[in-house]
Design a protein around this ligand. Structure first.
Ligand code: GLN
Length: 445
């Protein structure tokens, strides 16, 4: 049924970079055989899942939507893929994204943009836009995305689906192509909160192959699917609802506050005073790490190579042809911030401010169980609207970036509409309180 749906709508939505039709059929037959043999199969057995194209899958081309990785076929599975294979999941294909996950609209894909299924002239958000659009359009039942500064939550909000960014260290990054290693996390994009809990159950947990993976005893997240948040204290950070938030987004947030109060929660205001530094801090740390991580694309080890007379010209020609404009911009910003003479003023300063941002959250969670905000300041914008203005594009993640800097978990849930466009709200929790996020989201659903 999912592949029929893909046949019907994919030409318009363009969520996928590649489809795994035959492989999925074989995986489906294998699950059928297990059931026929009387085996009790895991909850996700036979469920069609789409995978963002920065997650390595054995034998399947993985490009991060970059021309520089064209032709790269990983010789191994990411840990999340290995775990989902054990569950008996069917993989539908690899989804489109902003090149190397740098962007908020999927327009930075090195191949083609993806459309928002709710309005084909608008963006699905990004960078996990292909995954969110696939789930929203019924071209997959669930999907994996990755979130460095909002790339699961913002596209989930734009496409009217659920997206969860786990606590840093909960889900293994082994096999996730690195963008900014201290911020990246893989997480679920699903149609509802129950699916989100099920997919998180399958991917969370310690992995010795990722040195930042935390040895944490993962609970069964479906145990949190009880619609009861009576007495919970929910804080709205003042800085997240000020200037720049569209009135129709504000209206959805206000309605959500009423619903939460109706469910017996108390909602109050809180200040996170360092919020104004989140965007500049992120755009020093993320490009700094990216400039180091992307140094491996040299035309020798992976994907594209443009031949030239000597090795230095080969590097230059390969990188000039292989990287898109936004990726080049980030590499230059990051290299500058890390260079001798500027390191202390920019990168080191950003690390210090990152600590202050985390402390704001620590203080807030002494008073509140959860924080609530818009996921993004606006609903899905028109294709082409922000592509020529990087700063306008960066502002699309103003409500999500600080969460990654602080390593916290957060979820975006559909909470209403602006005209025919879905609007999401974001809950933020203390480290490893994913259960609390799911419980609040489930109560709202
Ligand atoms: N839009 C932000 C960026 O371009 C966040 C991307 C992400 O979370 N991968 O860096």
């Amino acid at each position: 049924a999912v592949f029929d749906r893909i046949d019907a709508v994919e030409l318009k939505v363009k969520a996928y970079l590649c489809l795994l039709r035959e492989e999925a059929r074989a995986q489906a037959r294998a699950v059928d055989d297990r059931i026929a043999a009387g085996e009790e199969v895991p909850p996700l057995a036979g469920i069609p899942v789409a995978v963002k194209d920065n997650i390595c899958m054995l034998g399947v081309e993985t490009t991060c939507a970059s021309k520089i990785l064209k032709g790269f076929v990983p010789p191994y599975d990411a840990t999340v893929i290995e775990r989902l294979k054990k569950e008996g999941v069917l993989f539908t294909g690899k989804t489109n994204m902003d090149e190397f996950a740098m962007g908020s609209s999927t327009e930075n894909s090195g191949f083609f943009p993806t459309a928002n299924p709710w309005d084909l002239e608008r963006v699905p958000g990004g960078s996990s836009g292909g995954s969110a659009a696939a789930v929203a359009a019924g071209e997959a039942v669930m999907a994996l995305g990755s979130d460095t500064g909002g790339s699961i939550r913002q596209p989930a909000a734009f496409c009217g689906v659920v997206g969860l960014k786990p606590t840093y260290g909960l889900v293994s990054r082994y096999g996730l192509v690195a963008f900014a290693s201290s911020l990246d996390q893989i997480g679920p994009i699903t149609r509802d909160v129950r699916d989100c809990a099920l997919l998180l159950n399958a991917i969370a947990g310690h992995d010795p192959r990722d040195s930042t993976s935390v040895p944490y005893a993962v609970p069964d997240y479906t145990g949190f699917l009880v619609p009861d948040i009576k007495g919970w204290r929910i804080g709205i950070p003042r800085e997240y609802v000020g200037e720049g938030i569209a009135p129709e987004v504000r209206a959805v947030l206000d309605r959500t506050v009423d619903l939460l109060a109706g469910l017996g929660a108390t909602v109050g205001e809180i200040s996170l005073p360092h919020t104004k530094y989140a965007l500049p801090t992120y755009y020093l740390i993320a490009p700094a790490e990216a400039s180091s991580n992307l140094a491996r694309y040299d035309g020798v080890r992976y994907g594209l190579r443009v031949p030239a007379e000597d090795v230095i010209s080969m590097y230059k020609k390969t990188r000039s042809a292989g990287f898109g404009a936004e990726v080049k911009r980030r590499i230059m910003l990051g290299t500058y911030a890390l260079s001798a003479g500027y390191y202390d003023a920019y990168y080191l300063k950003a690390l210090k401010v990152r600590t202050l941002i985390r402390r704001d959250f620590d203080a807030a969670f002494e008073k509140f169980d959860l924080l609530l905000s818009p996921t993004s300041p606006t609903p899905a914008f028109k294709m082409g609207e922000k592509i020529a203005d990087p700063l306008a594009m960066y502002l699309s993640d103003i409500c999500t970036l600080a969460v990654n800097l602080a390593g916290l978990p957060a979820i975006s849930v559909p909470a209403g509409f602006a005209g025919n466009l879905p609007v999401g709200v974001q809950f933020i929790a203390p480290p490893f309180a994913e259960g609390r996020l799911l419980q609040a989201a489930y109560a709202l659903e």
